[in-house]
Design a protein around this ligand. Structure first.
Ligand SMILES: Nc1ncnc2c1ncn2[C@@H]1O[C@H](COP(=O)(O)OP(=O)(O)OP(=O)(O)O)[C@@H](O)[C@H]1O
Length: 612
């Protein structure tokens, strides 16, 4: 039986009430103003067209009434004159044609505005995601918010056209109601009585279905993830070899079935109640119809007026039904809108440290003073009592077993996280006092889990300094230093070669080739401090040696940190810091550490023996 994620299943399910649906309406003005800003002319055309078309139903019905009354007059007249009748017919035809054209204009502007708005909101989401700190990005609650903001783009586009249609429908209805009131006010009462129960029903169920969808955000993310793991080129090798297909499929099925069952229950209840209330609507129409027929038979109204009234009543009923169902749709989408604005308004950690300017040149270097660190939401000390200096121009290597805390220490130096206690100084200034963006710009960093952008080689290298994307000289130079130039030589389209298999004509690279490309990013920037976190793990021995030779030459006089498990590389560093369980075990030159005969000497000898 597939296992479920305990953390997800244990989460409390939030309930969303009808009150929440109504409260979410307050986001609509902001939403409308965003659409207005997306394309003002198109928005104006759309609104104007809807305004005109709002009067089409009553106008058509009225001309219809005139035609029928005129036919009856002419049937009974002794001297026939059809000229007025044909004028009415021509008028109705023109109205129908114009209204059809305007409807098309509405649909067109709806879809164009919708596309523009969807693009704009996707860009806002991308930008917002990047304003958010790394610590928040690793938080599952954040991912839930992101998921809801991201996946509801279509719903927001529908919401836009629903809101505009709603305004149009209200105007139409007012005009139809005016007609009904003029001839037969009691019809309005029948109409309202028949439609209210189904409206309440819709509101109730739509907030329940939103509530269900919302409370299942984490599970839907899990489903998405399982779908990804089960069906993509990156995992295919392992899935096949380990025979994981059934495991993944069963796990997906178990979770999706659970959601299906809950949803099914709700959908059945919703449509059963809906059917009953709709019956009420049909019965009310016939009650109204009988009343109108009775009025004709008693000579109170004409046959033309009968068609006008029954047509108006029917239209109004449909319009009201549309109005109410759009209303519930809007209420539901407004809740998603709330998610979107909640995400866009997420508090971004404010940087109050703009006062101290970044040093133009590093003179003293870093001083890490008694730093301890636990990841947010965890009590486990990943680092404790870490104190050392990294002098300006020094090349230091961090060494230690898996999980010792090497990458974490780098994340603290880069200010992705703040130490739980202790301070990091650069040239005597607490690094928290620098503007974070400017501070981070001083570093050229390649992480072990660097990203393989399925872009061209040129773009993949230029991401190290994207402003220089057109500077081929700089890109080629960076590629030369990282040995990526050797990879480029083999590619049909050189620097213009699309990488990865996702897109047409893409070329996949080997792990080491990707690493050479990624390494070039570090050289794109003339960074004051270079950090390479296991940058050569996938390189062959010869390539690694060459890469480091170049690195040492290039970074002469530059402050740099290298993390590596290969001691042939590590020994080239000026000093080596050995971490064990988050603490500094030893620090010094290769020679000193070898003399210490501690962990470094042991690991070095172990590796050296392996090569003998
Ligand atoms: N984002 C995170 N949230 C919580 N714990 C984390 C996170 N990243 C790492 N850890 C934990 O912190 C500890 C140190 O991890 P770190 O990545 O710094 O080790 P490392 O020395 O770089 O290891 P390796 O040689 O395997 O790359 C590990 O126990 C790991 O489980």
């Amino acid at each position: 039986m597939p296992r479920k994620l305990a953390s997800i299943k244990d989460q409390k399910k939030e309930k969303t009430s009808v009150k929440d649906s109504f409260a979410a309406f307050k986001y609509i003005p902001r939403f409308s103003s965003e659409i207005w800003k997306t394309h003002k002319t198109m928005y104006l055309i759309n609104t104007l067209a809807r305004l005109i078309n709002a009067f089409a139903p009553i106008a058509l019905l009225w001309v219809g009434k005139l035609i029928i009354d005129e036919i009856i007059t002419q049937i009974n007249a002794s001297g026939k004159d059809f000229s007025l009748l044909w004028k009415y017919v021509a008028l109705e035809l023109s109205l129908a044609l114009i209204s059809d054209l305007i409807s098309r204009l509405i649909t067109l502007t709806d879809s164009l505005l919708g596309d523009l708005y969807a693009n704009k909101s996707s860009v806002s989401i991308i930008k917002k995601t990047n304003e958010i700190g790394i610590d928040q990005l690793e938080d599952p609650d954040f991912y839930d918010k992101l998921e809801r903001a991201r996946t509801q783009t279509t719903s927001r586009v529908n919401l836009m056209s629903n809101i505009l249609s709603q305004v149009q429908s209200v105007i139409s209805m007012v005009s139809l109601i005016a007609g009904l009131i003029y001839f037969e006010p009691v019809l309005i009462l029948i109409l309202i009585l028949s439609i209210i129960p189904s409206f309440i029903n819709e509101i109730k169920f739509s907030s329940q279905s939103y509530s269900l969808a919302r409370s299942w955000t984490s599970e839907r993310r899990e489903l998405d993830y399982l779908r990804f793991v089960g069906a993509n080129d990156k995992t295919a090798k392992e899935i096949k070899l380990f025979g994981l297909t059934n495991y993944i499929a069963d796990r997906f099925k178990a979770l999706s079935d659970e959601y299906y069952q809950l949803n099914k229950k709700l959908a059945i209840k919703r449509s059963t109640y809906g059917a009953v209330f709709n019956l009420l609507g049909v019965l009310s129409y016939y009650a109204a119809y009988i009343l109108i027929i009775y009025r004709v038979l008693t000579g109170v109204i004409t046959i033309g007026e009968l068609t006008f009234l029954s047509g108006s009543f029917n239209r109004l009923r449909n319009n009201l039904q549309g109005f109410f169902s759009r209303f519930t749709n809007i209420a539901q989408s407004a809740l998603y809108l709330k998610d979107y604005f909640d995400f866009i308004d997420l508090d971004v950690e404010k940087d109050h440290s703009k006062e101290v300017p970044i040093p133009s040149e590093i003179t003293e270097g870093f001083f890490i003073d008694n730093v301890a660190f636990s990841y947010p939401g965890s009590n486990e000390r990943v680092l404790s009592g870490v104190s050392f200096t990294l002098k300006s121009g020094e090349k230091m290597a961090f060494v230690g077993q898996n999980g010792a805390g090497k990458t974490t220490l780098i994340k603290l130096i880069l200010r992705f996280y703040e130490p739980t206690s202790g301070t990091i100084y650069l040239d005597g200034t607490d690094i928290r006092k620098f503007n974070k963006d400017k501070y981070q710009k001083m570093f050229g960093v390649i992480f072990q889990d660097f990203f393989r952008y399925e872009f061209t080689v040129q773009e993949n290298i230029a991401v190290g300094k994207i402003d220089e994307i057109e500077n081929m000289g700089r890109i080629e130079n960076a590629a030369e230093l990282s040995l990526a130039s050797e990879v480029v030589k083999e590619l049909d389209k050189g620097y213009k070669q699309q990488l990865g298999k996702r897109f047409n004509k893409g070329q996949e690279l080997s792990g080491g080739q990707w690493q050479k490309i990624a390494l070039a990013r570090a050289y794109m920037k003339d960074a004051a401090i270079l950090i390479l976190d296991e940058p050569t793990s996938a390189l062959d021995a010869k390539a690694e040696f060459e890469v480091f030779e170049r690195f040492m030459g290039l970074t002469k006089g530059k402050t740099s940190i290298i993390i590596s498990h290969r001691f042939s590389t590590v020994r080239m560093a000026d000093r080596i810091l050995v971490l064990k369980d988050g603490k500094i075990l030893e620090i010094g030159t290769h020679e000193t550490l070898m003399k210490n005969k501690n962990l470094y000497a042991e690991l070095f000898s172990l590796q050296a023996a392996g090569y003998q």
